[in-house]
Write a new protein. Sequence first.
Length: 365
Amino acid sequence: MRLSRITLTIACIGWMHSAFAQETTPPAQVAAPEATPASTWPDPATSPAEMLDVARIQRSLMVDAAEARDRAVIVGDRGHILVSESRSEWRQVPVPTRTLLTAVTAVDNRLWAVGHDQVIVYSSDGGLTWTLQYSDIASEGPLLDVLFLDAERGFAIGAYGQFLSTTDSGATWTKEVISDRVAGADPLAAPIADVEEGEDDSMLASTDVGEDEGDPHLNAITRVSAGLLIVGEAGSVYRSIDNGATWERSDLPYDGSMFALVPLDNGRVIAAGLRGNVFITGDLGRTWQAMNSGTEASLFGGTAVPGGRAVLVGASGTVLLAPADTLDLRLFSFGDGGTMSAAIPISESEFVLVGENGVANYSPN
C-alpha cells in the first residue's frame, strides 16, 4: 500500500497554488487572459494516459506496485502503468485515465488500481489491458489504497474517510465513509490532531484534516488471517473480523499518521508512518509494540519477505529491514536519496523500489 502520502501532498500543493492564485490580483491596467470554458478541457479521469518513452516514465513519479500471477505491475503519475515479467525490463501499457494512480492490488491475474478523481481501473489479464470501472471527479479527496478479498469482494479507501466497497469485481461500487460501518461512531466527537511534518518528509507527507472535517484520511488497508486492518491519520486504526461488514475504531500509541501496513506470513502486521514511527501487532491491532527504526524519516510503504521479515521504504532514500526475531530494524540508504513509497521482492535480498524518482532495483549491503 502505499502513498497515501504522496497523493495528499500533491493535492495540497495544488490547493495551495489555487489559493495563492485567488489571493493575487493582477494590476488593474493588465487585462486578465480570457478563461477557457471548462467544457473544453478534457476530463483527466476519462482521458487515456499518454504513451511515452518507457525510460522517461521509469524516471518519473511512480507510487505503488503489485505482483499479478504473470508479472509485476507499477502505477503512478498521469495514469502511467508499467509491467514486467523479469522485474528488470519494463514496458508501458495503455490506460484509460491520466489521473494520478496511488495504489494497486492483485488477485491472481486480476488487478485494480485507484487514484485521484476517485478513479478505479481494472485489468483481467495481468495488467496488459485496463478498463475504467468508476470515477467521481467532483469528489474532494483521492482514493489512497485498495484491497480485494477475492475476485469479487473488494474495498477502496481514501481521504476524509472515504470507503468504497464492491461484491461484483468492481462492476458497481457502494460509496460510504468509514464511520458508516463503525457501530455508534460519531466522526465529530474528537478533533483530529495536526502533526507537524519534519524536514525530511516535507514533500510527500500527508496533511491532517481540520477539526471539522469528520472522518480521518484512510491511508492503508490489509488482510491477515484474523481479519482486516486500516490505518490512517492521527494514529487511527480500524479493525474488522467479518470481512469488512463492520469495523471497530481503535488507536495506535502514537497520534501521527500511519501510511503503510505490511502483513507478515506469521499473522503479524507492521504499521509505519511519520517520523520513522513503526509498530507491530499480533492481535489485529488490539495492542501494538513499538519497533526501533533508528530514523526520523517518514515511511510510506513496504513489503513482506519470506521468513516473517519485511522491508520498509520512505523519505530521503530510507530502506529498513525488519528481522523476524527482534524489534530493532536495520537501516540502509538508497543512493538516489529520493522518497520511496513501495517495494516488491525479486529475491530475499533484492527488491524493486518505487517512488518519486521512478523505479529501480536495489540490494541492501
